[in-house]
Design a protein around this ligand. Structure first.
Ligand code: ZN
Length: 274
């Protein structure tokens, strides 16, 4: 599943490349046909993303009066982009396309989403209320809210980072890497992590996601930690612990450990992370 930075990039791309002119909106597969008809011929005039949720605003009207397209890709969903052909026609449909946006010079095809629905502004806010703060949005009280949410839970911090009601956006790679960078054991219960360290974790998740947003790539290794003898090993240059099971920790030499946590592979340094 893509992590939050990918969703924010997609949202930005959709608005930048399909925004501000009437779109043709179709559901080649048919499952979204009625809703597509509501949006067809309207302009995409705004967007927002929060964690792994995309919201696209249709219509040149105030937010409260607009129709909003809510998309969550889930595990299998994907947006694909194709140019129009020399005659200005969209390419043939490939696979089960729930939603197709036809723009001036390209199409965006959405397949396999967990959610694809037209909702009201009030319904957008209902979704947002269920989600924890998003480090990429980082509203003024969000850092404090994250600290409070983590402190109130007895579950392991490694589980809490993956819980979208605690923090929206990070996935499995940022979980492993940011916990390492801040030095927190993934098994420490949220309630038992010092407030100061939870704050540092928020800052680090934000820094990691911002970097991913800028580059489109997750690369959490800081330049001062790069091992000169590893120039050809791409993952060794990008990650501290992710996919580095059994190899020496960059900082202390201890073997990086791996086990399943809630069915996702978890990687950590048993010495550096306490
Ligand atoms: Zn270590």
């Amino acid at each position: 599943m893509p992590e939050g930075h990918v969703i924010h990039r997609l949202t930005g791309r959709l608005l930048a490349e399909f925004g501000s002119y009437p779109l043709k909106v179709l559901s080649p597969q048919g499952r979204f046909a009625d809703s597509a008809q509501l949006l067809d011929g309207q302009s995409l005039t705004g967007s927002a993303s929060w964690g792994k949720h995309i919201f696209l605003k249709f219509g040149d009207v105030p937010d409260e009066l607009a129709l909003w397209l809510h998309v969550h890709l889930g595990l299998y969903g994907k947006w694909r982009f194709y140019p129009l052909d020399a005659f200005g026609d969209p390419p043939p449909v490939r696979g089960e396309i729930r939603l197709r946006l036809v723009g001036k010079d390209q199409v965006a095809d959405l397949s396999g989403p967990t959610r694809c629905a037209v909702v009201t502004f009030a319904e957008v806010h209902q979704v947002l209320r269920r989600l924890g703060p998003d480090p990429l949005v980082n509203q003024p009280a969000d850092r404090e809210r994250f600290i409070t949410l983590v402190k109130s839970r007895k579950r392991a911090i490694g589980e809490l980072i993956m819980d979208q009601s605690v923090v929206a956006g990070p996935g499995n790679i940022y979980r492993a890497e940011c916990l390492f960078r801040v030095g927190i054991s993934p098994f420490r219960k949220g309630a038992n992590v010092a407030q100061r360290r939870i704050g540092l974790l928020w800052d680090d998740l934000r820094a990691g996601l911002l970097d991913g947003l800028a580059t489109g790539l997750i690369s959490t290794m800081l330049p001062q930690d790069l091992l000169p003898e590893d120039p050809a090993d791409i993952e060794a240059q990008r990650f501290y612990v992710y996919h580095r099971t059994g190899r020496p920790c960059v900082r202390c030499g201890t073997e990086i450990a791996e086990q399943l946590m809630q069915n996702r592979r978890l990687f950590w340094c048993p010495n550096c992370q306490r």
